[in-house]
Design a protein around this ligand. Structure first.
Ligand code: SF4
Length: 467
């Protein structure tokens, strides 16, 4: 136990992906269980932690800059980094940012215990204590099983569930295999139990999370009746009363085998949205990225997924300006985007990521920034031109949404998501609508957002695949 005094307040700033958000939620819950108070006011926190992302250099610089700012204004009792950058940089961060704690991606469950120790050591005035600072970036078997608790907000209707950690794919641009380690899946019964607990607390939608989510369990669990561990998991979660929507992210194209595509035809709770990162439409670039599929196979896959369920939305990630990408390679990507007309896409300009194979590629292969920017803008205009009419086409129809609460851009309005993951903004009653699934009549659409009015109960909205 830490010395008797008012329990410290903890502030955690999170950068990066949903997995990081989920890890932060777990750590916060553990702090609360230990008697700490979580605060959103950084200025009043005794413990300031930053959960970091390493996907691009900019994200690392932001986290380091943020910690510098925190410590310039005043030095909290404990400061520390967690997550991917903590994993890849380790004790270098202690030198650079003078923090007390650096905890890697397989040690989230030890953060509270380390903070206790640091506070105790400081209270005993053992400032030269050899226990300080604490750096733990080791591997830990079973760390994937430690992310399983939730801090739900009042009327929270949707939650993320981490089903695995790590990735073995080694795409040449990606740091994840080096920061998150090898693939490790949680047992199905444990995930089902967590989802059941969420459903008992009123959660209606779960998003299953993993870096390569649809290859879940491939090294640990057997294929049964031709079904992969991931499909077995989807079927088990589908059985849980109270859960009405199931999503998953982020899948890999090679994980879409016949059994998973078929699952969309007999598991109605699977939402009609697939985020399928293509990364490039050129076979030559895909090979250099170490993505084990061809452009042709990807196109065929999207067509099969769309055929499996009417109204399916497909979104993607793509990188422009990867080393060696010629104008012809880029035009292949552009052509694929024209053909597949994604519902939305995240377009990234390639930037070197220290520690990845692509960062070591020959300088002569690097694409000038000006060209990357042109390709970025050009591809975004293709995405917008093809996706926005789909939003316009929904004006006048009813869509089923799960209300998430107050809109981030306009606090007097509410927001929710359709089954196809489109954002809908409307006037409503937070007490009545938050966390509920109901129909909204779309009145207009702009900038990848729908606007509308809730329909009276007994309306026709609420069908699967409505938007
Ligand atoms: S599959 Fe995803 S997480 Fe794994 S290495 Fe490739 S981009 Fe990174």
């Amino acid at each position: 136990m830490i010395p008797a005094r008012a329990m410290p307040k903890v502030y955690i700033k999170t950068y990066g992906c949903q997995m990081n958000e989920r890890d932060t939620e777990q750590v916060s819950q553990m702090f609360v269980e230990r008697g700490y108070t979580m605060t959103r006011a950084e200025a009043e926190a005794d413990v300031v932690l930053i959960n970091t992302c390493s996907v691009r250099d900019q994200a690392e610089q932001k986290a380091i800059g943020k910690m510098g700012m925190v410590r310039r204004l005043r030095v909290p009792l404990v400061t520390g980094f967690m997550g991917c950058m903590a994993q890849s940089r380790g004790s270098e961060l202690v030198e650079k940012s003078k923090v007390d704690l650096v905890v890697g991606t397989q040690k989230y469950h030890r953060v509270v215990e380390y903070v206790d120790e640091i506070i105790r050591a400081k209270a005993e005035r053992q400032m030269d204590d050899e226990r300080l600072p604490v750096v733990d970036v080791g591997e830990e078997s079973d760390s994937q099983n430690a992310i399983r608790d939730h801090t739900l907000k009042n009327r929270q209707g949707a939650a993320f569930v981490s089903i695995m950690q790590g990735c073995n794919m080694k795409c040449t641009f990606c740091i994840v295999p080096y920061t998150r380690g090898a693939e490790r899946g949680r047992p199905i019964y444990d995930i089902v139990e967590e989802v059941r607990r969420l459903a008992d607390k009123g959660v209606k939608e779960v998003t299953l999370l993993g870096q390569i989510v649809n290859l879940y369990g491939r090294h640990e669990f057997p294929v049964v009746d031709g079904k992969s561990p991931f499909v077995q998991l989807l079927e088990a979660v589908h059985e849980i009363n109270g859960i009405r929507r199931i999503r998953f992210t982020s899948p890999h194209p090679i994980g879409y085998k016949r059994d998973l595509i078929e699952a969309f035809s007999y598991l109605p709770k699977l939402a009609e949205h697939v985020h399928l990162p293509v990364q490039s439409g050129s076979d030559a670039v895909l090979r250099r990225m170490h993505r084990p599929y061809s452009r042709e196979k990807f196109v065929e896959l999207v067509e099969r997924i769309r055929a499996a369920r009417p109204g399916m939305a497909v979104t993607t990630d793509v990188i422009v300006g990867f080393p060696g990408e010629t104008e012809d390679d880029y035009l292949r990507t552009r052509e694929m985007f024209e053909r597949l007309a994604f519902d939305n896409a995240f377009v990234f300009r390639y930037s070197k990521r220290r520690g990845t194979p692509a960062a070591e590629m020959d300088e002569s292969l690097q694409v000038p920034e000006r060209v990357k920017e042109q390709r970025n803008q050009d591809l975004l205009s293709v995405v917008n031109r093809l996706a926005l009419p789909r939003y316009q086409a929904l004006v006048g129809s009813e869509v089923e949404i799960l209300c998430e609460g107050t809109s981030k851009t306009n606090e007097s309005r509410l927001t929710g998501r359709t089954r196809t993951n489109r954002i809908v903004v409307f006037d409503g009653n937070p007490e009545r609508h938050t966390g509920e699934i109901f129909g909204v009549k779309v009145t207009h659409a702009e900038n990848f957002t729908l606007f509308g009015d809730p329909v009276a109960e007994g309306g026709t909205a609420g069908r699967a695949g409505d938007a």
